[in-house]
Design a protein around this ligand. Structure first.
Ligand SMILES: [Zn+2]
Ligand SMILES: [Zn+2]
Length: 321
């Protein structure tokens, strides 16, 4: 009897175990499906910052003209198009970010019209088009639409030959949008807010904030110390900011006055970062040159870290954050 009892208990226990195992299997299938859905969601919305060009007008060979890519899932958004932009984007695509293949460069934002940020514009308009891109939308301060018109006029003969000749390219579609500060672009992956920064005598220069499902990113463009940067990084995960070292020199009569009005020194950037408290400060557009060539990264870091103790890196072309 007792034995039978044991057996019954044994049966019940076995049944419970089988049920538990079945439930666990169901649970793990559900968990797997959930994980798959989550990873697919992450794949669609994962955000990374790719530095395409971290330079200035000075043509250092390892620093292409200012251009930054914010990549969210399968989509890429550019900020600025300095010289070399499309080839740097292709290099980034070859290094694991296929979203930056030239034909995917469809949405771009411009901080201001200075040539170091815009001499890649014909490249951005024409090269991906020749490779098969269908359309391009560009947003920026007043003057962008006019510049776009002039670029298209300057390459009128090329566009004519390519569309009407044997190449039979499709029509070139570029939509330029002069925008005002505020939310200038929104899709299911990114909300992009432009804000005014002070860049010397430029009547309008923008910084941008990107809000994506994964990250908030603020990029300064070119600016003297700006309250707007602090206000738009409260908080932000990544602050990409320009800088110069007071030790560097520039080839113009009164470069100290120029720089105070147009750019941000290492100590001023440290103060901004202390107030903005970004997850990481990525320094780019490191302007000027010391007596022995470019100011070394270590020196820039030393100057910033005198008073800023958060996470900071000196950015280089093709780095990913
Ligand atoms: Zn610049
Ligand atoms: Zn500038």
């Amino acid at each position: 009897m007792q034995k039978h009892g044991y057996r019954r208990i044994g049966w019940a226990a076995s049944a419970a175990l089988v049920l538990a195992a079945f439930a666990a299997t169901l649970g793990s299938v559900a968990a797997q499906n959930e994980n798959k859905a989550l990873s697919q969601h992450a794949e669609k919305t994962q955000t990374k910052v790719v530095l395409l060009g971290t330079g200035t007008p000075r043509p250092f060979p390892d620093r292409s003209g200012p251009a930054t890519a914010i990549v969210v899932g399968q989509r890429a958004y550019l900020v600025d198009f300095g010289p070399g932009v499309v080839r740097r984007a292709s290099a980034a695509a070859a290094q694991g970010t296929p979203q930056l293949e030239s034909t995917n460069l469809k949405i771009a934002f411009l901080t201001h019209l200075h040539s170091d940020h815009t001499t890649g514009y014909p490249d951005l308009i024409l090269t991906p088009w020749v490779m098969g891109r269908t359309e391009l939308d560009v947003f920026g301060p007043e003057g962008l639409e006019e510049m776009t018109k002039h670029v298209l006029e300057a390459w009128e003969r090329d566009i004519e030959i390519r569309t009407q000749g044997l190449e039979q390219r499709h029509a070139l579609v570029v939509r330029a949008h002069d925008v005002k500060p505020g939310v200038v672009y929104k899709d299911e992956r990114a909300t992009v807010t432009a804000f005014r920064v002070a860049h010397g005598q430029w009547p309008e220069a923008f910084g941008y904030r990107f809000d994506t499902p994964g990250k908030s990113i603020v990029i300064s463009g070119d600016t003297s110390p700006s309250e707007e940067i602090v206000a738009h990084c409260q908080p932000c995960d990544v602050l990409i900011h320009e800088v110069y070292s007071p030790e560097s020199v520039l080839g113009m009569p009164d470069y100290k006055t120029y720089r105070a009005k147009y750019h941000t020194s290492t100590s001023e950037l440290a103060e901004i970062a202390n107030r903005a408290k970004p997850g990481i400060l990525v320094v780019y557009h490191t302007s000027g040159k010391g007596p022995n060539g470019p100011i070394p990264d270590e020196q820039l870091l030393r100057e910033i870290q005198k008073t800023y103790h958060g996470k900071v890196v000196i950015g280089h072309d093709l780095e990913v954050y």
